[in-house]
Ligand binder design. Structure first.
Ligand SMILES: N[C@@H](CCC(=O)N[C@@H](CS)C(=O)NCC(=O)O)C(=O)O
Length: 345
């Protein structure tokens, strides 16, 4: 069955306190001034079963991303790590949000008009869309909600399969193994699944989404609460990573990729832009070396475009950085040596 929920059908109870249906992350605010993320909407699953509505076929699916976005970047990381570049094509949008239509004020992800306009970003090769918003409108005429990346697109049915990165990475990990060049890599192995789920839960709340809760808080109290949770979670990671190479033991898993996408943005963006400045990542020896270690896994550095990352955050959130000036530092070299080989894998 092909599933599509209109945003309002799946709102959790805390969302009733938000002022209106969010059209972008800038609106996701509760009355207490805390940032509240809206759930994703398209939740279909690609399956290795050829009889399913969305079977895992080479050349059928396309991933729309922004290099700036940590959620999209985790999907791109799985695509690269699993060796799916030939099977699943992808396109990156321009980093800075712009008007998506002349007829209203919505700001969001747009495509360049040529490959030269913005290195790394490409025009939409499938639908000639001007914006990610247009893709949502092609997929569903009555869509209400945010126009987020990642978008996993079905070229055959001309629709969005799924826009929830935590599900897209599971599909890439397990459903394309007849096609994947690196099918043997299992980042969500059965014997570690409950441990990975448990780590993902506190890493998501404290760190991945935690930095957004710090940055988008509109009042002191929710900001300070988010900061407390963030640094508690980072301290826990530091402690764990002083004893083992990866966050769930001595094997790379999904939980590492999910943690990495936030850590790699931390000192360059979140310390300044989201006021996560109690401690910088580079002050945590284990977390800092761990971030370098993951960055140096073949394929991973190509998922990190720091130019896009900085241009997006500092340029797209006028409530946080109204003039859009981009801080110049710190330009950390994540390809420099690290000490993580000291753990056996
Ligand atoms: N739940 C989604 C979240 C994706 C998300 O929040 N993407 C942001 C970029 S980092 C976005 O596209 N925001 C558009 C907007 O807020 O208008 C996922 O993990 O896939």
């Amino acid at each position: 069955m092909i599933s599509f929920f209109s945003g309002s059908q799946i709102l959790p109870s805390h969302f009733k306190h938000t002022l209106q249906m969010a059209r972008s992350a800038l609106d996701e605010m509760s009355i207490s001034g805390a940032f509240v993320r809206t759930p994703s909407t398209f939740r279909n699953f690609i399956s290795r079963d050829p009889a399913s509505p969305f079977p895992a076929e080479s050349g059928r699916y396309h991933l729309y991303i922004s290099y700036a976005c940590p959620w999209a970047s985790r999907c791109l990381s799985f695509l690269k790590l699993k060796g799916l570049e030939k099977a699943i094509s992808f396109t990156a949008v321009k980093p800075k949000w712009q008007r998506t239509k002349e007829t209203d004020e919505h700001m969001g992800w747009v495509f360049p008009t040529s490959s030269e306009e913005e290195p790394g970003a490409e025009p939409d090769p499938l639908n000639g869309a001007r914006s990610i918003r247009e893709l949502y409108e092609i997929a569903s005429a009555n869509y209400i909600g945010k126009y987020t990346v990642p978008v996993l697109w079905d070229k055959k049915l001309k629709t969005i399969v799924n826009n929830e990165s935590s599900e897209i990475i599971h599909m890439f990990n397990s459903e394309f193994n007849d096609i994947a060049e690196n099918a043997a890599l299992d980042l969500y192995p059965p014997h570690l699944q409950s441990q990975i789920d448990e780590v993902n839960e506190w890493v998501y709340n404290g760190i991945n989404n935690g930095v957004y809760k710090c940055g988008f808080a509109k009042k002191q109290e929710p900001y300070e609460e988010a900061i407390r949770n963030l640094y508690q979670a980072l301290d826990k990671c530091e402690e764990t990573l002083s004893k083992q190479r990866y966050i769930c033991g001595n094997m790379l898993t999904e939980a590492d990729i999910r943690l990495f996408v936030t850590l790699i943005r931390f000192d360059e963006v979140y310390v300044v832009h989201f006021k996560c400045n109690k401690k910088m990542l580079r002050e945590y020896p284990n977390l800092f070396n761990y971030t370098k270690d993951i960055f140096q896994i073949p394929g991973m550095s190509s998922t990190v475009n720091m130019e896009h990352i900085k241009r997006h955050y500092y340029g797209s959130h006028p409530t946080i950085n109204p003039l859009g000036v981009i801080p110049v530092g710190p330009n950390i070299d994540y390809s420099s040596p690290h000490d993580r080989e000291r753990f056996s894998t």
